[in-house]
Write a protein that binds this ligand. Structure first.
Ligand SMILES: Nc1nc2c(c(=O)[nH]1)N(C=O)[C@@H](CNc1ccc(C(=O)N[C@@H](CCC(=O)O)C(=O)O)cc1)CN2
Ligand SMILES: Nc1ncnc2c1ncn2[C@@H]1O[C@H](COP(=O)(O)OP(=O)(O)OP(=O)(O)O)[C@@H](O)[C@H]1O
Length: 184
């Protein structure tokens, strides 16, 4: 099997585990994430508007002391851009179905809450296959520091993730229960 096929198989398995975890979850899942983010008060934070069965980071975004932004896809093969967000701001549906702010300032995040399908305890991450976060983290890290916090249900852990050199590593992995990986 090619690496691309192996990744697809891993994505499908992770999607099913995430779906089950989502169905069993209720209420605010961001306790440990908020604890981590307190160290970054004043820094520009990127979150995400959850789609399908992604764990919801919104309460942590709303609690953040400092600018918050959401990712915007500007084109295939392009890094993400980030638009200022605040609770209740006007949103539109972006490409791939995630909500994005209708207007507002473009920001460069210093800390990112990164959505994912599967993670490992070494900071490995499997996304949807667009390479958006890989490109974005590579670009941000070229320009300085960017802290990538993978946020997921514990059930999304995998211990044999198919990874390639362009897969940008996570600096931390945080679940609904605890910090599972921290390279800082
Ligand atoms: N909430 C959220 N917002 C996000 C992302 C994300 O993963 N989650 N993105 C992260 O990049 C960007 C949007 N990119 C996306 C790229 C593909 C798909 C997607 O749904 N892909 C299909 C095909 C996947 C496959 O066949 O492997 C799918 O999952 O059905 C979703 C978002 C920016 N915003
Ligand atoms: N820094 C980069 N520069 C150019 N191409 C890249 C870069 N990172 C990833 N890619 C390409 O993007 C494509 C998708 O990558 P991959 O399968 O790793 O996506 P993913 O990590 O699952 O998705 P995402 O990051 O959007 O959640 C691959 O063809 C990969 O080579």
């Amino acid at each position: 099997m090619s690496l691309a096929d192996t990744k697809q198989t891993a994505r499908r398995a992770a999607m099913n585990r995430r779906k089950a975890a989502f169905a069993n979850a209720s209420g605010d899942q961001t306790g440990p994430l908020r604890t981590v983010l307190r160290a970054y008060a004043g820094r520009t934070l990127s979150g995400y508007a959850p789609i399908r069965t992604e764990i919801d980071p919104t309460p942590a975004m709303a609690a953040h002391q400092g600018p918050v932004a959401l990712p915007v896809v500007t084109g295939e093969g392009q890094p993400l851009r980030f638009r200022a967000w605040h609770p209740g701001c006007t949103m539109v549906t972006g490409p791939f179905g995630a909500a994005v702010p209708a207007d507002g300032q473009w920001l460069v995040p210093e800390v990112l809450i990164v959505p994912l399908l599967a993670f490992d305890r070494q900071g490995g991450r499997l996304g949807y296959g667009g390479g958006f976060y890989d490109r974005t983290l590579a670009q941000l890290r070229q320009g300085g520091e960017a802290v990538a916090i993978g946020f997921a249900f514990g059930a999304q852990e995998a211990d044999d993730l198919p990874l390639e050199p362009t897969d940008a590593p996570l600096d931390l992995v945080v679940t609904e229960r605890r910090v599972l990986y921290d390279s800082r």
